[in-house]
Ligand binder design. Structure first.
Ligand code: 6PG
Length: 265
């Protein structure tokens, strides 16, 4: 029986405030990791929601770029579409345009998933890079200091899509996944054991189109095949959600500080 999960959610007024809250979360968790371990290994998701936060983190006119200890960061991806890095659907391209082109990360500090390769080969190569980068032995899992997730309107997260084979992958670190009925239906994704082993996991979710699915995932009965985001149960027993009001509309109202807490086992 899974241990209880404490879900802490922070609700911001709108998309701009949510982006600022996400930039702050990335920076504060990175600062904590560097203070504790001398480095920060960060895994980011793609899609559209993180773009505004990445832009803020790369903007010299904003406070976060100067606070970020860029030389101490190793940047990894949670998932990638099986397209070349210059493709409009590439998560790497989105991140490069919003962030990487504007910050001093050396090439060796960012670990791109090779979406241009045959999916299984790309997954195997990324797994090998994780094993090398984290100096893993045997069945050890990489432990990201910070891992950011999004949530699709169908309840998927990373590229763990409803009723897909990747949901049940418990031994590999990275797997390819064929997604029925989704544009660019081939993906590469970190697997759920890797995601749940991260020290700090947070979802970044905005927009009214996510309100219903968020309610189902967080408050509804367990149905992990249909709602893969319910598989996310970090080892530390705490799951953080950064939301805007529109996405949080069907959750219990937060307190006066915009914070709410849910318990789930
Ligand atoms: C991807 C993402 C995916 C994303 C959700 C939410 O490759 O698309 O990693 O898991 O986080 O689909 O995407 P939006 O933020 O665009 O709604």
């Amino acid at each position: 029986m899974p241990r209880d999960l404490k879900i802490v959610y922070y609700v911001e007024a709108d998309a701009a405030a949510l982006a600022a809250r996400a930039a702050e979360r990335f920076v504060e968790l990175t600062e904590q990791a560097v203070a504790a371990r001398g480095q920060a290994r960060i895994a980011i998701s793609g899609g559209s929601t993180p773009k505004a936060a990445f832009r803020l983190m790369g903007d010299p006119g904003q406070p976060w770029r100067a606070r970020m200890p860029w030389d101490k960061i190793d940047l990894w991806w949670v998932d990638e579409r099986c397209v070349p890095p210059g493709d409009p659907d590439s998560n790497y391209r989105m991140t490069r345009e919003a962030l990487l082109d504007h910050v001093p990360l050396a090439p060796g500090q960012n670990h791109r998933m090779e979406g241009e390769l045959e999916p299984e080969k790309a997954a195997a190569r990324y797994e090998a890079e994780l094993r090398s980068g984290f100096r893993l032995e045997g069945a050890e899992l990489p432990r990201f200091d910070v891992l950011q997730l999004g949530m699709g309107p169908d309840g998927h997260t990373a590229s763990l899509f409803p009723h897909s084979l990747a949901l049940h992958e418990m031994s590999r670190l990275v797997t390819a996944n064929k997604v029925e009925g989704v544009k660019d239906s081939l993906r590469i994704t970190l697997t759920r054991p890797v995601i749940n082993n991260a020290a700090e996991v947070f979802f970044l979710i905005g927009g009214a189109d996510k309100a219903q699915i968020l309610k189902e995932v967080m408050l509804g009965p367990r149905d992990e095949e249909r709602l893969p985001s319910q598989l996310i149960h970090p080892e530390n027993g705490i799951l953080t959600l950064l939301l805007d009001r529109a996405a949080a509309a069907l959750l219990p109202p937060p307190d006066a500080q915009g914070c709410g807490i849910l318990e789930r086992n």
